[in-house]
Ligand binder design. Sequence first.
Ligand code: AMP
Ligand code: MG
Length: 488
Amino acid sequence: MTNEKEQNWNLDNSYTKLPAIYYSIISPNPVSSPQIVKLNKTLATSLGLNVEELQGEEGIEVLAGNETPESGASLAQAYAGHQFGGFTMLGDGRALLIGEQLTPAGERFDLQLKGSGRTPYSRGGDGRAALGPMLREYIISEAMHALGIPTTRSLAVISTGESVFRETELPGAILTRVAASHLRFGTFQYGANWGKVEDLKELADYALNRHYSHVEKGENPYLTLLEEVIKRHASLIAKWQLVGFIHGVMNTDNMTISGETIDYGPCAFMNEYDPETVFSSIDTQGRYSYGNQPGIGGWNLARFAEALLPLLHEEEEKALELAQGAMEKYPELYHQNWLSGMRGKLGLFRQEKDDESLVENLLVMMHKYKADYTNTFRLLTIDKAEETVLYGNEEFTEWYKRWKTRLENQEEGKEAALNLMRQHNPFVIPRNHLVEEALEAAVEKEDYTVMDELLAVLSDPFNYSLEKEKYCSLPVPSSRPYQTYCGT
Ligand code: AMP
Ligand code: MG
């Protein structure tokens, strides 16, 4: 490659030092006429990449998977996973890891092309992706990042100039995904099922070194790994609940060891508060509904713990005891994270006995009166309770008095409480109808201005500015519920 240096690729390939069972080296699956439709310049710069060169012809060749930088590799990762409860062999069926970029700040990030063609793990799939869903991932993952939620990020979207066929013919695209790593619970399940104990151990050592090198290991480093992953997921899922994010496909192959949100397929944000909310077309039983997410998080962690058993202790019974001891802490850890976030959302500085009932009573009313989750908290934050649908109900009046009394009794004062609320209650979220509008303009009309404006607003979600109020509007009621799709 002629100008690889100018693009500033600084790739390492630590993953290729793992046992060969964990990946397959792939030769490129070129696309005919790639064009860049979206580049995340801020992210590119923080990765140490040269924005100008990346947008040039040769930069686009890399982002399209037509050429791999010399310092990089080109591999698909193997993994397994429980999908809707059933265990199966998976792997990157349409993704290519091109290497780990070492940034000027000394960090290491996987760069992965999604939609880059078939691999040995593609099963019946075409290995490709459509433009709409890749732009959707770009918008929502960047919004999640701005909301302060650990997540993979989106560097670029390339249109391939080729069609993909789903129910109809659609324009094809490739997304460049940036992640702390792509290690999944499913990577460990794969190692435990298809590798030797030595292979599993190498994977665990790799994960510890890559994500938990700063943590004191104690005498059982693999127990530490389990405990740390539990902590990160207790925190991550609490953050999802606090902003009303519904992941939609919490299979164990979509749960990361780093604690980042990954796989923006059927995800969506809740409007009206209802724990049973599900958007995914295939989640007919509501397994991954909003209210089930914390519990499913625990179920997934238990599958990860099972995969680690052979490393926890040589005697199976002792290993089980250790795993159970660690798992028992998850519900309380999750709950603490959630409650402390809820305190922030209500402007409460200190813990009191009735905090939980204060929160629960509000949520019960929101459910009963079909209140919009984000807007209710936003309106309380800007002191406009009268605009919520709860206003005027006796039970709300009572709750409101109780809450206000609580705020008045805080020595920090009212202004500080409102400030705290402004930091916890986003003014805007990527509402489904707004995302759809942006995608329609981009995909149907090649007009990216709507998406760019939306991205700008979503990049600063805690900025309480009145001119952004149109982004708080609710969808027009529809007879057809909003639905999302997997693997699109
Ligand atoms: P997901 O539901 O996105 O987690 O995908 C589950 C598995 O299906 C992963 O191993 C993907 O790589 C694979 N997959 C999804 N879409 C395709 C596709 N179009 N071609 C090949 N594999 C795919
Ligand atoms: Mg996935």
